[in-house]
Design a protein around this ligand. Structure first.
Ligand SMILES: [Zn+2]
Length: 376
């Protein structure tokens, strides 16, 4: 079995826990959908040897459950066979769908999982620091994902904030440069299991983003052809829309509650935006290796550098529109906005830190300015 080097003990433990129960679930699912498994050739799924590890088996079950649940008149049925989810041990953070020898693969890299995990670690660490520094002048008043506490942490001038953010920014820089990162030592999955830690809702983010990634790629496989130019913005918006409907189904099957509809897509997109922000900032490095902002005057560079950010912002907005199309906006509109605002705080944390690296002023001064901008 290939065991990615950057998996901490905690991930290996959870993997062991998953393997046992997921095997039973796959067998159960097949026995209820024998016809489907036979028709589309998925009987191989019950053999443990066909997976590198429990996580891969879990992702495969997610994808196939979605296909088996879809209506019989689904127009994509001809594309239902030969889909496999693979976990790729790699330092490149990527999630993509590829075509190979008639098989269609959803490939998620371990670096990507590490990135999600680190992102959640950042949120949770800031949340804990913020709890020690209650602030009276908060701009963020919702507290679904620790927004109040994270804002307090950023205003607190607690040196621990800089330690945590620096560690995370360096992890992102490692990913951006395709280096294996040093993951934070936090025992994330132990925290998930400890109901007293207050971590539970942060732990949900990890699975929710994973589910969003899998369903987004599955949507590409079902709806789109492969082309040399890569995916268009329209295809990305389509895939998000389909992924959202799959997430509604997923939440019902896994009894994860409504929060998962929102957590996965919003946190996922915000994480991509954060990575893009770091990438833009470090693309032009000073010879010393110190972080340097890309030259402002270079218009072509700027346009190109911001292209991904623009697409991601469009996708974030598109998700909200999709919810309206699913008739959920009355219920979900305000919740969507709150989560989008709260998940913007880790971006502010990294942006303020990186700006602080460039100039003479402290990151905390930048935090105050950036938070005020958010309040407008
Ligand atoms: Zn896509």
């Amino acid at each position: 079995m290939i065991r990615p080097a950057d998996w901490g003990e905690d991930l290996i433990n959870i993997e062991a826990k998953i393997s046992g129960s997921i095997k039973t679930e796959i067998i159960k699912h097949r026995s209820r959908n024998r016809e489907f498994y036979k028709l589309y050739g998925y009987d191989w799924m019950v053999k443990p040897d066909n997976y590198q590890n429990g996580l891969e088996a879990m992702y495969q079950l997610w994808a196939i459950r979605m296909l088996a649940d879809s209506p019989r008149n689904n127009s994509s049925r001809s594309r239902f066979c030969n889909i496999a989810v693979r976990l790729l041990p790699s330092a490149v953070a990527s999630a993509e769908s590829i075509l190979n020898n008639g098989f269609r693969y959803i490939v998620i890299s371990t670096a990507f999982l590490g990135l999600i995990k680190s992102y959640v670690w950042l949120q949770y660490s800031l949340f804990k620091i913020g709890k020690r520094h209650p602030s009276v002048e908060n701009i963020i008043v919702t507290d679904i994902l620790g927004g109040v506490e994270i804002e307090s942490a950023l205003r607190s001038r607690d040196p621990e904030v800089l330690g945590v953010v620096e560690k995370f920014v360096n992890i992102v820089i490692d990913y951006v440069r395709f280096r294996a990162p040093s993951l934070p030592p936090a025992k994330l999955y132990d925290l998930i299991n400890d109901s007293n830690s207050g971590f539970h809702k942060f732990g949900l983010i990890i699975t929710a983003v994973e589910a969003f990634l899998i369903y987004h790629e599955l949507a590409h496989l079902l709806e789109h052809d492969f082309s040399q130019e890569g995916r268009s913005t329209k295809e990305e918006l389509d895939a998000d829309f389909v992924a959202l409907s799959m997430l509604i189904n997923h939440s019902a099957t896994n009894k994860t509650g409504m929060l998962s509809y929102f957590l996965g897509p919003i946190s996922g997109i915000q994480l991509f935006r954060l990575v893009e922000m770091v990438r833009r900032t470090i693309e032009h490095l000073e010879p010393s290796g110190k972080i340097a902002i890309a030259p402002e005057e270079n218009a072509a560079y700027k346009r190109n550098a911001l292209k991904n950010e623009e697409e991601l912002s469009t996708r974030l907005h598109g998700l909200k529109v999709s919810m309206a199309r699913y008739g959920m906006l009355q219920l979900a509109g305000p919740l969507f906005d709150d989560i989008a605002t709260e998940t913007h705080l880790p971006i502010v944390a990294c942006q303020g830190y990186m700006l602080g690296q460039l100039g003479d002023s402290s990151p905390f001064d930048h935090y105050t300015t950036l938070l005020k901008q958010m309040g407008k």
